[in-house]
Design a protein around this ligand. Sequence first.
Ligand code: AMP
Length: 431
Amino acid sequence: MHRHSDLPKAFADLGIEVRFLKALRKMEFSKPSEIQVRMIPPALDGHDILGQARTGTGKTAAFGLPILQKLDPARRLQAICLAPTRELAVQVSGELKRLAEFANLHVVTVYGGQKIATQLHQLGRKPHFVVGTPGRLMDFMRRGALDISNVRFAVLDEVDRMLDIGFRDDIREILSRITGAHQTILVSATISDEIRRLSKKYMSEPVEIDVSRDKITVDEVDQTYVTVESCDKSRLLRMVLEQERPPVCIVFCNTKAMARKLAGRLHDAGLNVKEIHGDLMQRKRERVMDLFRRHKINVLVATDLAARGIDVSKISHIINYDIPADPEIYVHRIGRTARMGERGTAITFVTRDEGKELTNVEMLINREIPARDMSGFKPSPPREQVKEPPPPAPPSRYETPVVETAAGAPIKAQPKTLGSRFRTSRRRRRL
Ligand code: AMP
């Protein structure tokens, strides 16, 4: 039997009502996270908010709780939330539904890849809050199935990603269709000039909240890198997985093709692995996410876009099979582990040509990432470098003249030595 004294008092102190405190108790949120402490009171006061926070900080409840609390159960659609991907839309609406469990409020999710008819039917059930990807929301608005002109709350989640994906025009169009007085909350891991321009245009005197500093990579993540040749990466990965035996791990690749190839190899090697990337049908992606969420798969091979907003608690390891070119993406990736104060491990594979990318990450996070000791790993022997030159072609009138070095010696490829291949690249990176 629950008593009111069990309710999370720290949330009550922020102004959250009992009907939501009950949900928080059920979700086992006992203490608000930093963004929740800082966002809930001004949001309840009706301020527009520009929040800099990444996934994993508790941002969903930070905007979700105050908005849900201010919704009138007797009125229909009053709030929308735009999210860059289906996965994030499903995750955000899932969290809002859990928060609203005792509040008699109805949340609906719309996103591409699922039947229009099903979502139309759900919209017909007069939701209070609609969460969706911009493209699908626009689609419903054009069909006249969704009228957002009178919503009182608009949230834009992961705005940086929405702009990256190219939802620029849709976002502007959606925001300009809200004609009544409304409160806008914008959340993004990074705040670019373009996002500032958006906020100037569509928000009024926003309160700025930044929880990205200092915690740009959570201290609880144990971060290391390993220098490796591209051709050795999958063998190295198997060795790392063997050593670490991660209970819940995401391996990030930079491309869909690589994710597909790697997942196939790991699968063939007998590992409990699945892949998630943009080439998979929506239904398959949902199935994979569900298995991963229930910890039925240990290793998920993913691309960044497909993995946006993956909401799986207790991810123990992030492996950057490919280091991303954009250091912000590194931060996004490793932010998926060590959530809410738990420890996590991030291991990044770096080829000899990628020292610059690693340095960029270190500059962004303002710390040096140590090399991981993989002394037990035997790199493949260097490939045959010096091939017999092809027989000289018969002389031709059109042949370009042969250029010789100053000494007149032919230029030969230098065979690579193991030493030079695995010499740590830190010094060179610094130069
Ligand atoms: P978010 O950044 O909103 O994606 O949240 C990251 C994860 O933390 C989600 O699994 C949330 O359910 C969880 N979470 C959010 N706030 C809290 C809290 N105050 N206490 C415990 N878990 C939380």
